[in-house]
Design a protein around this ligand. Structure first.
Ligand code: HEC
Length: 121
């Protein structure tokens, strides 16, 4: 009576292990979905911290006229140059504002998001 139930429980545990492993491996093995996830985080970061002044999407005007829309920024600068400026904290491009300080991962996310804006005509 007991043995089959134990065996079933053991099988269930083993299978749960397999599923968990697959769940971890799948995104890491796919470069495209990693980039998509980074771009999504970048978009969230942009809407949370930049959208009060910049237009951060594919369309629309910036709330603050002096702030260029992100899609223009994405087209105007090589993204590796922007990456360097984000790393500096954008102090030079934002003289009238408190300097932004980004973590390296946040910069990657923002650049990945700007890449998606650049991809559009
Ligand atoms: C309080 C308003 C405000 C916020 C918030 C803001 N910006 Fe700006 N940003 C500006 C203005 C204004 C300019 C134009 C400055 C200039 O031309 O001297 C600018 C310029 C820039 C530029 C340079 C564009 C260029 O042509 O040199 C970049 C890049 C930029 N912002 C990125 C960001 C990012 C990324 C965020 C969010 C993390 C952000 N900004 C948040 C107001 C803002």
């Amino acid at each position: 009576m007991l043995a089959p139930r134990l065996a079933a429980a053991a099988l269930a545990l083993i299978c749960a292990g397999c599923a968990g492993q697959q769940g971890l491996d799948a995104p890491a093995s796919s470069g495209a979905s990693m980039t998509a996830q980074a771009a999504e985080r970048g978009q969230r970061l942009a809407s949370a911290t930049c959208a009060s002044c910049h237009a951060t999407g594919q369309a629309g005007a910036s709330p603050l006229a002096a702030a260029p829309p992100f899609r223009d920024i994405a087209h105007r600068y090589p993204l590796d140059q922007l990456e360097a400026r984000f790393a500096e904290g954008l102090a030079t491009s934002h003289p009238a504002m408190p300097a932004f300080v980004f973590r390296a991962s946040e910069i990657d996310d923002l650049i990945a998001y700007l890449e998606t804006l650049k991809a559009e005509p």
